[in-house]
Design a protein around this ligand. Structure first.
Ligand SMILES: *Cc1c(COP(=O)(O)O)cnc(C)c1O
Length: 488
């Protein structure tokens, strides 16, 4: 009996401490979640592309202290799906062209359900050998698709930012040892800001990171790279790492990877390729020439949550001399079970910073097994074809100038009028971006490159098909026609 009345049911301590649900309850909850998700996916194309995210007051209203007593699932699902999810960019929808989209393949959601449901420990091979082998298979598939050699080992990370961090540590260990302060890193002015961030995490200060200028197509100028390396050497510094981009986030530019690889080979530097956006185009044989030289990198960051359409939280790193990745992370303790022979079996915690971790390998494994590589390649090829088509159609519109034609599946453009100032064109382009997004049928984003504001379109969601391209071109055409810049 409880102290305050006889209406409350008798609860023993053992009952109160029981956190397990009954089988019937679990079935009911799983069914409720599944139907919410399936209904959500079915309505993705009708949902606003950008969502309403100006919700400060709403979010303030959500703040609460931890509830002392629990509630049932249904009202929580209702809040999540009806109130919280809609107040967001519709990153999973077909009209999402902003930043770098992907979509989020459904089997990956099932894989997360399974891996969280069985909750096995995959940090060490010994604790779940067959499951860890699936993750090792995934890394081998990536190695093969990227044309890396058998010596390669890899790591699944939360994203390319963490992959880049681990790559920089490998490069630093190989080339600098304890003398970190003299080491210098090179990346183009268009490189992703995760390079700065990762370098700092790896102990490289900002004054040792060189920003190399780009050409008219936003690719690293390799002549400038060579002379900068020589100048730093002459000053007694130790150039040790070049990060090049296999598809920049701003305009999709692919640096001259082969030329950078040559420079790194002859100057004795580590070449890391940031393939967060672009690497998976290398799966398609017909597109490999666009990424020539990628396979020669010392390390490669690639994001399955972009180019392989997986949900957020899946990045990967490949290191050509895999033993170097292992040397950086090989550490153990006397309470740990024995480590496998690194040549025979793969041990995630011996190749990355995490010990306890989720099981990111299952998401990728289940998707590749269920779709097969050919269907995934076909989808990647289709995204590029759609991007070329969209760029061609938008480029033909009056008053539009394509600043960066698609190299992979991303292009950027702005409004232009003979005699207008850069400031006028920037203001008009910005205003047009806002109006296109306000129509809520497609979402695009902008960037500023060398003082020029650009609208960028990245076609990479597996849900983007030709009808979404039609909506994009239509909305851009109507808002270009409505622009005061062109009306003058
Ligand atoms: C997205 C992106 C990154 C960062 O990767 P995360 O997975 O978001 O950590 C790095 N470089 C490029 C080119 C990107 O597009």
């Amino acid at each position: 009996m409880t102290a305050d009345g006889d209406s409350a049911p008798t609860t023993t301590l053992a009952d109160a401490a029981n956190l397990e649900f009954t089988a019937d309850e679990m079935h009911a909850m799983s069914d409720a979640v599944a139907s919410r998700i399936i209904d959500h996916i079915a309505r993705l194309s009708e949902q606003p592309a950008a969502g309403v995210v100006a919700t400060d007051a709403f979010c303030r209203g959500l703040r609460e202290s931890a509830p002392e007593t629990g509630v049932s699932l249904d009202p929580l699902l209702a809040d999540l799906f009806d109130q919280y999810v809609p107040r967001s960019f519709n990153t999973a929808g077909p009209g999402y062209f902003a930043y770098i989209p992907a979509g989020g393949l459904f089997p990956a959601a099932l894989a997360d359900f399974i891996s969280n449901g069985v909750n096995r420990f995959t940090g060490i091979w010994l604790a779940a050998p067959a499951l860890v082998q699936l993750e090792a298979n995934v890394l081998d598939w990536f190695r093969d698709w990227m044309g890396f050699p058998p010596s390669t080992r890899g790591l699944l990370t939360t994203g390319s930012s963490m992959a880049t961090f681990n790559a920089i540590v490998c490069a630093r260990e190989r080339h600098l040892g304890a003398d970190i302060r003299h080491g210098v890193v090179y990346a183009s002015s268009q490189a992703h800001h995760c390079v700065q961030k990762s370098a700092r995490l790896a102990g490289i200060q900002r004054d040792r990171i060189r920003s190399i200028p780009v050409d008219a197509e936003f690719r690293m100028r390799t002549g400038e790279l060579s002379s900068r390396i020589a100048a730093d050497r002459a000053m007694g510094l130790r150039p040790f790492l070049v990060v090049s981009s296999a598809g920049t986030t701003n305009t999709g530019a692919v640096d001259p990877l082969d030329a950078v690889a040559d420079i790194c080979a002859s100057d004795g530097l580590w070449h890391h390729v940031d393939g967060a956006y672009g690497a998976f185009f290398h799966m398609c044989e017909e597109l490999r020439p666009l990424l020539a030289g990628l396979s020669r990198a010392d390390s490669l960051a690639l994001d399955p949550h972009k180019g392989l359409f997986l949900p957020y939280g899946t990045g990967a790193l490949l290191v050509r001399e895999g033993a170097e990745l292992q040397r950086v992370h090989a550490e153990t303790a006397d309470y740990m079970p024995g480590m496998p022979d690194a040549d025979a079996f793969y041990d995630p915690s011996q190749h990355g910073p995490d010990l306890s971790r989720g099981f990111p390998g299952l998401r990728v494994w289940l998707c590749v097994k269920m779709y097969g590589a050919r269907r995934l390649r076909t989808a990647i090829l289709e995204k590029r074809t759609l991007a070329l088509e969209a760029a061609e159609r938008i480029g033909r519109l009056p008053g539009i100038a394509i600043a960066a034609p698609p190299q992979l599946s991303l292009f950027a453009f702005h409004l232009a009028r003979a005699g207008a100032t850069l400031a006028d064109e920037n203001a008009a382009t910005r205003a047009m971006l806002d109006r296109v997004v306000a129509r809520q049928r497609v979402m695009v984003s902008g960037c500023q490159v060398d003082g020029r504001f650009l609208i960028r379109v990245c076609v990479l969601s597996f849900r983007t098909r030709r009808d979404a391209i039609d909506r994009l071109v239509d909305d851009v055409r109507q808002e270009a026609e409505a622009s005061s810049l062109l009306a003058v």
